[in-house]
Design a protein around this ligand. Structure first.
Ligand SMILES: O=C(O)[C@H](O)[C@@H](O)[C@H](O)[C@H](O)COP(=O)(O)O
Length: 254
């Protein structure tokens, strides 16, 4: 059975800084709402300028204190496969932008292994390790990952999301939940990424895109059906799909 696909809602913002601030406020409110209904929330973070910018904006938002962070599981949609603490790691940037200032439960911060971690430089083994971690927190009904409440994604000018790049092998992977990525066109070359199947099983997928250099990919992602050539086509959730963009990134939309 294919997961239902929620139609995309595009929400435009006047600028990148306003987009980051508004996305942060939206995220804080969403987490409060989820935690009012469920024991825990599952949030997937992304790397990238506006993705990290949203976390930095949340760090400045008094409303962040309305979130019971001890009940929030944090995951990553992708990670650069570099040593622990490397400034290139999405985890490092997220910790510096926001996480180190939050009262998180360390056991609920699920990082993708670094290239000097338990699997050494074996990215495939590190991907399998993350797949096992996802499965550990999956619901009952045979799924292999938790039903994420919000899955954040940035998008590259080429239309990539997470570390799923146009026409790359990872865009055709359907069985695994997590894959190793090599020869990434965006440095560094070695990465770990969730696959489309796991991304698309999230309740809500939020794509945040800022800047004129994203306008062509935004327009293509919202009008194409080919997630192999334009991976952002595959950014959709089962209950909601939000495109949170600034006017520059929305420049080619009607
Ligand atoms: O590890 C990464 O690089 C990100 O997860 C990647 O998917 C990023 O979100 C996009 O490339 C957008 O990045 P920018 O916002 O910096 O263009």
């Amino acid at each position: 059975m294919t997961a239902a696909r929620a139609g995309a809602r595009v929400i435009r913002h006047p600028s990148g800084p306003v987009l980051a601030s508004a996305a942060a406020a939206r995220l804080a409110t969403k987490l409060v709402d989820v935690l009012a209904e469920r024991d825990v929330a599952h949030l997937v973070l992304t790397g990238g300028t506006i993705g990290i910018g949203t976390l930095a904006a949340l760090a400045q938002l008094p409303a962040r204190e309305a979130v019971d962070w001890g009940r929030v599981h944090l995951w990553w949609g992708d990670e650069r496969f570099v040593p622990a603490g490397d400034k290139e790691r999405n985890e490092t940037q997220a910790r510096e932008a926001l996480l180190d200032g939050l009262p998180l439960n360390p056991e609920f911060v699920h990082v993708m292994a670094p290239s000097d971690g338990p699997d050494g430089d074996d990215a495939a083994a590190a991907a399998e390790r993350y797949a096992a971690e996802l499965a550990k927190y999956a619901g009952s009904d045979g799924k292999d990952a938790p039903e994420f409440d919000v899955l954040l994604l940035g998008m590259g000018p080429d239309g990539h999301i997470a570390s799923l790049f146009p026409d790359h092998p990872g865009t055709r992977e359907v069985a695994p939940s997590v894959i190793a990525v090599h020869n990434s066109p965006k440095p560094p070359p070695d990465r770990i990424s969730l696959t489309f199947r796991v991304i698309q099983a999230a309740r809500e997928v939020w794509v945040v895109a800022s800047g004129a250099e994203k306008a062509e990919a935004v327009a293509r992602a919202l009008s194409s059906a080919d997630q192999v050539h334009t991976p952002a086509v595959g950014a959709h959730g089962t209950e909601a799909t939000l495109w949170l963009v600034d006017e520059a990134a929305a420049g080619l939309l009607r």
